[in-house]
Design a protein around this ligand. Structure first.
Ligand code: XUL
Length: 537
């Protein structure tokens, strides 16, 4: 049992913001006592990001700034120190981060991280440690050639998927490393360590190179999923001399170190433990309380994702989904769509609507939309892979605002159902999080499309909450007083979730619509050049 009064901090460095959730333990239970968020565009304007991404002339390139992420950490700790939280009780910290993004450090980094000076803010001290000033992130789709090269070198997409959990994906770290190594060989040669966003930020906190966990490591196309070790055929196929540049892999419940003296002196923090960080999706799995196969989570955020625990890894034969490590030590299946809230916002803005009007438009239109369909590819899509964006409509009048609102939501929920079938999970209930989960009309469409009850937990940030729960779990394990994952989840004091029941008649209608949507998607995907799919597993 966690000591009474112990505080556990979960951080989430997502695409658009850095958030924190603080849990307090008491009488064997734990409850959220503080939630904070720091949006990058607004609070760190000097980096010039839009939705957390640096502007670039090539729409397929998406990069962000590792220095900005570190500065956000500095600011957030400043903000936490102002919360009257008695941070002397801070026992353990863990973190979550957007997956796949990579940070390139030179050989001064080991020493530099260790000796950050508490009298000077972090940015100027991080800049000299980078061998590449920017970090490619998950929205980048500039590496189709590198994907094909890596797949060919290991014996094909199916072989890569069998070992690493996914065929090669443009945003995955391996193809991104290959592009950098081939295009900027001198900078690559000057790179001593390549971190994920998660392991980079953990390193900044502990003052030395931190490990990667199997959850985030599986998003690299470089890790052997079963062995939880680097898979050398993929490492060799990716870039020359890559192996020594990769961090070690450690279980997500391991302790990476203690808060370095920089954080302790600058913010008067105790010698708190820092548990290994993970990706936002593995962390959301825990934040939503999903620790048993059969449970499914949906995150409606910048990206829309659908995921669930898996006892044993089952790879998607269609090649669109992924298998990652789960923080429980088992596995998780996941499918990611890049046209999440960005697509919903585009429709809202195109018709000059408020979110309130968007909801009313959903209410005012019939389920099934009179047969009208939309493929909501406002930005390059990951599932299915469509590099050149463009919205497609079938039987849908572009000038009809309400019908377009319903079409984008039905398309997204239908795509979630269509592309999660491979997980083979018998769905009992859907656990939903993310900004758009606040919209009851969207949840109703989700419930009707899946024919399952939808539960919305009130916590704003499931990934940060999951990270805080992981910190608690890792701390107990480290103290030789381990808690089972069921106990960790059951001990969380939370308001009961909002429940939305499916209307079964509508579910039948949506089943028929799903088949039509699949046909439309298949046709347009092929037209967009997706014929390459024949090379996929
Ligand atoms: C997962 C993915 C996204 C990012 C968003 O594969 O690409 O969900 O993790 O933060």
């Amino acid at each position: 049992m966690a000591p009474d009064g112990a505080l556990y901090l979960g951080l989430d460095s997502s695409t658009q913001s850095l958030s924190a959730v603080v849990l307090e333990a008491s009488g064997g239970r734990h409850r959220v006592v503080c939630e904070l968020s720091l949006p990058f565009d607004k609070e760190l304007r000097h980096y010039g990001t839009r939705h957390g991404v640096l502007p670039h002339s090539d729409p397929s390139v998406a990069q962000s700034s590792p220095v900005m992420w570190a500065e956000a950490l500095d600011r957030l700790f400043g903000r936490l120190a102002d919360q009257r939280l008695e941070l002397a009780r801070l026992t353990a910290i863990s973190g979550s981060a957007q997956q796949h993004g990579s940070v390139y450090l030179n050989d001064a980094a080991g020493r530099g991280l260790e000796s950050l000076h508490p009298g000077r803010a972090v940015p100027s001290q991080i800049v000299p440690l980078l061998s590449r000033p920017t970090a490619p992130i998950w929205m980048d789709s500039s590496t189709p050639a590198e994907c094909r090269e890596i797949e060919a070198a290991v014996g094909g997409a199916a072989v890569l998927a069998q070992h690493t959990g996914s065929r090669a994906f443009e945003r995955f770290t391996g193809p991104q490393i290959r592009r950098f190594a081939m295009r900027e060989p001198a900078a690559y040669a000057a790179t001593d360590r390549i971190h994920l966003v998660s392991s980079f930020l953990a390193s900044v906190l502990v003052g030395r190179h931190a490990p990667v966990d199997p959850g985030d490591g599986a998003g690299m196309n470089l890790m052997d999923l079963a062995a939880r070790e680097w898979w050398m055929p993929a490492v060799d196929a990716t870039a020359p001399g890559l192996r020594p540049k990769l961090p070690v892999i450690a279980p997500s419940s391991a302790i990476a170190g203690r808060l370095s003296s920089y954080w302790r002196s600058r913010f008067r923090l105790p010698n708190a433990k820092v548990a290994v960080w993970s990706g936002d999706n593995p962390c959301s799995l825990i934040g939503l309380g999903l620790v048993r196969e059969g449970q499914l989570g949906v995150s409606l955020g910048t990206s829309d994702t659908i995921f669930g625990p898996m006892r044993t890894p089952r790879v998607d034969p269609g090649g669109t989904g992924h298998v990652f490590g789960a923080p429980t030590g088992e596995f998780m299946g996941i499918t990611v769509f890049s046209n999440g809230s960005l697509a919903r916002e585009r429709v809202r803005d195109q018709y000059g609507l408020t979110w309130e009007q968007f909801s009313r438009a959903l209410e005012a239109t019939p389920p099934g939309n009179g047969g009208a369909l939309m493929l909501p590819w406002f930005v390059p899509e990951i599932t299915p892979m469509v590099a050149t964006p463009g919205v497609r409509r079938q039987g849908l009048d572009e000038h009809d605002a309400a019908a377009n609102v319903r079409a984008v939501v039905e398309a997204q929920m239908t795509a979630l159902a269509l592309h999660s079938h491979w997980m083979g999970v018998q769905v009992d209930a859907m656990h939903v999080t993310g900004g758009a989960a606040a919209n009851r009309q969207i949840l109703q469409v989700l419930a009707d499309v899946f024919g399952a009850e939808v539960r919305r937990v009130e916590v704003e940030n499931a990934a940060a909450l999951g990270a805080a729960l992981r910190a608690l779990h890792a701390d107990r394990l480290d103290d030789g007083d381990p808690l089972g994952w069921d106990e960790v989840i059951a001990g969380l004091e939370q308001p009961p979730p909002e429940r939305v029941a499916p209307v079964l008649l509508r579910h039948d209608l949506y089943l028929a619509q799903r088949a039509r949507y699949a046909q439309f998607e298949g046709k347009e995907y092929a037209r967009a050049g997706g014929g390459e799919e024949s090379t996929r597993p």
